[in-house]
Design a protein around this ligand. Structure first.
Ligand code: NDP
Length: 244
């Protein structure tokens, strides 16, 4: 079986920010998007908009920290379309704080969503991609996967992990399963809303003034998805031009 040009693309964290923008961009390119996140009401709204614009969109409530739920999400897509071409592992959280603050529950949350969530996506979809003989993971990391800054030690650790896992998967894939890491700098989204630490929240205010539109990151995702099967875009690193 060979890969289609119009792909079945699963997107986690499609209820806001980058995932939402990626869904619109990929659907506009003719791909069949399958949207996942916990806020199903938002997914319903987005799917309705895509369909009203002539695109193809399905959605299912998804918590990426739950492997059984991720497996059910992949099976939902397979039932709907008969295959899964691309999984965009985009869901993430970023409750920044200094390690001194000791917000261990928030560290655990980042590890659960940002690392385990991506691993669950791989565990859920890789067997089907092997069976199909093709597949593509687009894992959203961050410039924080390349450099660590104060208040972001744990967040950056999760994003370094996403790069490491992606590179390992790429090396093991044998070419039938492609792996792309998309690493954006600061981007307009709801991501910083999860920061509870006052010092870290204050630090984000200035930083967010130069943020990229989420559509710019969606464009990078769409570029990787659009490549023919012999081309594996390993990483796209993009930042606001005004970044120091
Ligand atoms: P948003 O907060 O706008 O989006 C995050 C998405 O993740 C939401 O749709 C949320 O949906 C989803 N999500 C969170 N927890 C779970 C969960 N347990 N299960 C399923 N979905 C979940 O932020 P962004 O769009 O910015 O974030 C997208 C990705 O981009 C993240 O991985 C982030 O780390 C990365 N990134 C963002 C940057 C930025 O500056 N914005 C820069 C670099 C990387 P719901 O709450 O409905 O479940």
């Amino acid at each position: 079986m060979s890969e289609a040009t119009e792909k079945v693309v699963l997107i986690t964290g499609a209820s806001s920010g980058i995932g939402h923008a990626a869904a619109l961009r990929l659907a506009a390119a003719g791909h069949r998007v399958v949207l996942g996140a916990r806020r199903a009401d938002r997914l319903a709204e987005l799917a309705a908009k895509i369909r009203a614009d002539g695109g193809s969109a399905e959605y299912r409530e998804l918590d990426v920290t739950d492997l059984a739920d991720f497996r059910a999400f992949v099976e939902f897509a397979r039932q709907a379309h008969g295959r899964v071409d691309v999984v965009v592992n985009n869901a993430g959280v970023m409750p920044l704080s200094k390690l001194d603050a000791g917000l261990v529950a928030e560290w655990d949350r980042m590890i659960d969503v940002n690392i385990r969530g991506v691993l669950h996506g791989i565990a859920a979809a890789l067997p089907l991609m092997r069976e199909q003989g093709y597949g593509h993971f687009v894992n959203v990391a961050s410039t924080g996967a390349h450099e660590v800054v104060p208040t972001a030690a744990v967040y950056c650790a999760t994003k370094y992990a996403v790069r490491a896992i992606s590179e390992g998967l790429r090396q093991e894939s044998g070419g039938d399963v492609r792996v792309t890491v998309v690493s954006p700098g600061v981007t307009e989204s709801e991501l910083a809303d999860s920061i509870t630490d006052p010092e870290a929240a204050a630090g984000m205010v200035e930083y967010r003034r130069i943020a990229l539109p989420a559509a710019a990151v969606a464009e990078a995702i769409a570029f990787a998805v659009a490549q023919p099967s012999e081309v594996d875009v390993n990483e796209v690193l993009l930042r606001p031009a005004a970044t120091r």
